[in-house]
Ligand binder design. Structure first.
Ligand SMILES: [Zn+2]
Length: 341
């Protein structure tokens, strides 16, 4: 059975070891980038801790039909609580309720397990209450703090928890996983693993994204298709990009991936390991016409725009700047836009 955290070998070893030896910590911090399966793993670990058969096997296999595991699956286990922020913050009332419950004996299972998702959203008051229970934890209590920003938790809380780290994978490994899980061709798996930066969740989102090929076409237009376009056509392209609300981030990422390949191809023609390996011929041809320095400039231009978009600077203006500057920089047929004159 494939689970979102199945590639997290270190986390699996730490938690599997705890289940097998029975040496379970009172408090864990599951930390790492979004999309690495932290919360799913916390729920699997909680199920395994209270499994009525073999908890270690439940954790390894991901399935068990015992009464306790079925209740966990249905999110109705009386001893396993998942607490998520109510609004922007985890409220002190939520924490007080959690602490009161943790002091009660387990109702049906061996452990009383409370999982705090996005634990970094605790305010100071909530964090102090958590600290109190970590200083003197009740016997069967296990608290799992799940976060992608562990450094924002107070040091006093962090020092009382065992860290379980979740990581992005090397591109090759993520690519192999996509190949075996989705039956993708090697080129496609590598492209998606690279675009997803080795993040399992992000890569799987890209596999499921039906727009990916359209986004690639658009990205290619931005990089190699600006030559010969007049200002109105460039404005039309800006508008087209602006309409891509959620997809814009992906498109710019694809633009960067193309420019990265063009930088490599322009620097050397021998043994380049391309991200867009299915477009090798077209890219080699494009790389020939333009000096390396310009590809570099284009690359940093796009990265600046990506960063500015994150800061919510006017999207239309940023995209206009991007398209017209790239046109000036990369269009090779001698036509210039009104912006250069
Ligand atoms: Zn079970």
């Amino acid at each position: 059975m494939t689970r979102p955290w199945s590639s997290q070998l270190m986390a699996a070893a730490i938690l599997g070891g705890a289940l097998q030896s029975g040496r379970v910590a009172h408090a864990y911090i599951f930390c790492g980038p979004k999309g690495t399966g932290k919360l799913a793993c916390a729920l699997d670990f909680a199920a395994a801790l209270n499994c009525q058969r073999d908890g270690f096997e439940r954790f390894q296999q991901g399935v068990c039909e015992c009464d306790s595991c079925r209740r966990t699956q249905a999110v109705v286990h009386p001893d396993i609580r998942l607490l998520q922020p109510a609004g922007a913050k985890i409220k002190i009332d939520q924490i007080r309720y959690l602490i009161k419950e943790l002091w009660q004996r387990p109702f049906a299972g061996k452990y009383k397990i409370h999982i705090l998702d996005q634990a970094d959203r605790c305010n100071v008051e909530s964090a102090n209450s958590i600290l109190k229970i970590l200083e003197d934890p009740p016997g069967q209590a296990v608290i799992i703090l799940v976060t992608d920003k562990p450094s924002t938790l107070p040091a006093t809380v962090r020092s009382r928890c065992q860290f379980v780290r979740f990581v992005n994978l090397p591109i090759e490994e993520q690519g192999r996983r996509l190949q075996s899980k989705y039956g993708l061709a090697a080129d496609r798996a590598k492209l998606i693993a690279t675009l997803g930066e080795g993040n399992p969740g992000r890569s799987e989102e890209l596999v499921a994204n039906a727009q990916l090929d359209r986004y690639r076409k658009l990205a290619q237009t931005v990089v190699t298709g600006l030559g010969g376009r007049n200002d109105w056509e460039l404005f039309a392209l800006v508008k087209e990009l602006e309409m891509e609300k959620d997809g814009l981030r992906d498109i710019l990422h694809l633009v960067c991936a193309l420019l990265r390949d063009l930088v490599c191809l322009s620097a050397t023609d021998q043994g380049v390991d391309l991200i867009n390996c299915d477009k090798e011929r077209e890219l080699a041809l494009a790389a020939r016409g333009i000096p390396l320095g310009k590809w570099y400039q284009a690359f940093s231009l796009v990265q600046e725009v990506e960063a500015d978009l994150e800061r919510n600077i006017n999207k239309r203006l940023l995209l206009e700047g991007l398209v017209f500057n790239l046109h000036t920089l990369l269009a090779t047929d001698g036509t210039s836009s009104a912006f250069d004159r």
